[in-house]
Design a protein around this ligand. Structure first.
Ligand code: FE2
Ligand code: FE2
Length: 338
């Protein structure tokens, strides 16, 4: 069936849209009032020590305490800058969908896309404000991030693939950011930037997950393509987000070992500590892929080949213990982050 011929939304999705639209109407992030913009900036860590990329490796011992702290500042800053670029791209693309009329049969969806775009523009401005506050200059952004919509989002098609790629990025990024800031030891402002962002992103992700559930059956080939591209894409996003030569260069480590990127990069990517953080990031996503059939017994080799064997096993185990996934929506809407 052509998705544009689908006339009505399921009651479950309509109910979610009503809740999401109400939540966005009630409260959206303020550029001025939701963050402590008077926090000191000297000697603060912007993410927790255990999550800087060199933690748990021999490089951690080679770095001075100030270099470790600077790594927490620049790794977070690089992350914020990637958010700025990505969120500007998403809002441009989603507004194009609205103006193109692809979803005009579903006005409640279109209304939420407007909230979504408005929220992303404010987020990008807050990340920019935070970078200025901590005196962090922009970083180069990988070209493939800019290409994500130009290559995957022609206006002539129903936008399910682009929506799917968007939630993959948002979800992975959010899980990572929440792991990074989950500590009382870091800057209160940095933590607030992540937590306030997450309150709205959790809704974006829930919307995206349910857009896929709603339209997966009416977009031919989506599922087969998703089965092929998801695991390699997540692998490269995880690895790219962890190690950045630009960030290491900006910290300016004194020890020469940090100049040998051929040793440094694989060491941080394969560190046991990083693998543990990655599994926490992947766990909820993996359960979703199993639930909607993007990870199945038939394509399990793709997941294994990309290093997600344990994550797949954990997700399958989860479903053996728990037969229903109800309650997700309310968890997102009511969660308390303080
Ligand atoms: Fe955002
Ligand atoms: Fe978002």
């Amino acid at each position: 069936m052509n998705p544009l011929k689908k006339k009505t939304l399921s009651p479950r999705f309509s109910d979610l849209l009503e809740k999401l639209n109400k939540a966005s109407e009630k409260k959206q992030m303020s550029l001025l009032l939701d963050h402590p913009w008077d926090e000191p900036i000297d000697n603060v860590w912007l993410k927790k020590r255990e999550n800087i990329s060199i933690y748990g490796t021999s490089y951690y011992d080679l770095a001075s305490e100030e270099e470790r702290r600077l790594l927490s500042v620049y790794e977070t800053g690089a992350w914020w800058y990637t958010f700025i670029v990505f969120e500007n791209l998403v809002s441009e693309y989603y507004m194009k969908i609205v103006n193109h009329g692809s979803l005009k049969r579903f006005p409640e969806v279109v209304k939420y896309i407007h909230h979504f775009c408005k929220e992303e523009i404010v987020h990008a401005m807050v990340f920019r404000k935070a970078m200025n506050y901590f005196n962090i200059a922009p970083f180069p952004v990988p070209l493939n991030l800019r290409e994500i919509y130009s290559h995957n989002a022609s206006m002539s098609e129903f936008p399910l693939k682009a929506i799917y790629l968007t939630i993959l990025i948002e979800w992975l990024a959010e899980n990572n950011a929440m792991e990074d800031c989950n500590s009382k030891e870091i800057s209160k402002l940095s933590r607030a930037v992540a937590v306030e962002h997450h309150k709205e992103e959790a809704r974006h992700i829930e919307w995206g997950k349910n857009m896929i559930r709603e339209f997966i059956d009416v977009v031919p080939d989506f599922l087969n393509e998703a089965r092929e591209i998801t695991a390699p894409m997540l692998r490269s996003m995880l690895d790219m987000s962890i190690s950045s030569i630009m960030v290491y260069a900006r910290v300016g480590f004194k020890d020469k070992a940090f100049k040998n990127y051929k040793e440094l990069i694989p060491t941080v990517l394969n560190a046991e500590n990083r693998k543990k953080i990655n599994s926490k990031i992947m766990a909820p996503m993996m359960r979703y892929f199993v639930e909607i059939g993007i990870c199945t017994h038939e394509n399990i080799e793709v997941w294994k080949a990309n290093g997600f064997e344990k994550d797949v096993e954990d997700a399958i185990e989860y479903f053996k213990k728990k037969s229903t996934n109800e309650g997700d929506i309310d968890n997102v809407m009511d969660k308390d982050y303080d």
